[in-house]
Design a protein around this ligand. Structure first.
Ligand SMILES: Nc1ncnc2c1ncn2[C@@H]1O[C@H](COP(=O)(O)OP(=O)(O)OP(=O)(O)O)[C@@H](O)[C@H]1O
Ligand SMILES: [Mg+2]
Length: 280
């Protein structure tokens, strides 16, 4: 018996899409026959009577890069908490694909099913090198059965190399993660999430605290992921959102509901959006 993990052979729910590699929109284990990776319907979250989310409706298509904007307290992070099982909705339904009811799952099971989330503050293993961080993330890939002995196959090394290029840390793989700049740590964490091959990636304020140059490079990075992953990005940096939204849909949240949805140009011209957010 081989003690080496063969890529694609040990996916627990890889029906129809075994061994899918970085570069395709991953949907294995998720029924996306109607084209959506995520459906939120009439989601309400009450904290002692205060509705952080109020009949929120949101659909994300497979391979879409959706930007979510809105004022502080609009419910953007709470929405991500609901999707990842951290917060239980008081009402409504949340589905991952057609059939996976997120309200019935634990946080662990949701991560295992393929929803990866990046919180605002970077969480990398500071005492380990960049390469080791990516390697550890691969070992923690929740879609791969744990094996006692794990050796890196050349294919897996290639994958780490691809991700290193993508996150602009090639040539820095031997550096300790703790010595990276804030922006580089954020990229490394995105790389670590990608190593886990998520079908849906949630990024909460990925460019907060970054320099202008780092922000521009993050926009490039996300544009490279476009069409290869299903991604939801929450951001307040409108120049950044304009860069990555392109002609795609932008959703404006306000007081726990969708206030407007359309291209960046459309929502920027919307009087209600200007009133509650962009005009301030
Ligand atoms: N655990 C909680 N208990 C009580 N109120 C909460 C809790 N979590 C969030 N809230 C409230 O819910 C509302 C929505 O918060 P949320 O963090 O989702 O907003 P946000 O859109 O992410 O804002 P920001 O842009 O500032 O990050 C806020 O009024 C917040 O104070
Ligand atoms: Mg927030």
């Amino acid at each position: 018996m081989s003690e080496i993990l063969q890529p694609g052979q040990h996916y627990e729910s890889g029906e129809g899409d075994q061994g899918a590699s970085y570069g395709r929109v991953r949907t294995e284990g998720v029924d996306t026959t109607h084209g959506a990776i995520l459906y939120l319907e009439d989601i309400t979250v009450s904290f002692d009577g205060f509705k952080a989310l109020n009949n929120l409706n949101l659909d994300i298509s497979v391979g879409e890069l959706r930007c979510i904007i809105g004022p502080n307290g609009a419910g953007k992070t709470t929405m991500m908490d609901v999707i990842t099982g951290k917060t239980r909705p008081t009402g409504g339904t949340a589905y991952f694909g057609q059939t996976i009811d997120l309200a019935r799952m634990t946080e662990y099971d949701i991560a295992h099913a393929g929803i990866g989330r990046k919180f605002q503050r970077p969480t990398v293993f500071e005492q380990h090198t960049v390469f080791e961080n990516l390697e550890l993330a691969m070992k923690m890939n929740k879609r791969v059965k744990p094996t006692l002995f794990f050796k890196l196959l050349s294919e897996q090394k290639d994958k780490i190399d691809d991700i290193l290029q993508l996150i602009r840390l090639n040539g820095q793989e031997s550096r300790l993660a703790g010595l990276l700049s804030h922006g580089q740590k954020q990229w490394l964490e995105i790389g670590m999430l990608l190593m886990q091959e998520p079908q849906l990636l949630l990024l909460d304020e990925p460019v907060a605290g970054m320099s202008d140059a780092e922000t521009a490079r993050t926009a490039e990075l996300l544009n490279e992921l476009r069409g290869k992953h299903s991604i939801v990005v929450v951001e307040h940096d409108m120049a950044f959102v304009t860069e990555i939204a392109r002609d795609g849909k932008v959703t404006v949240l306000h007081e726990g509901s969708v206030l407007a949805e359309g291209t960046m140009q459309q929502v920027q011209a919307d009087e209600r959006v200007i009133e509650v957010y962009l005009g301030r």
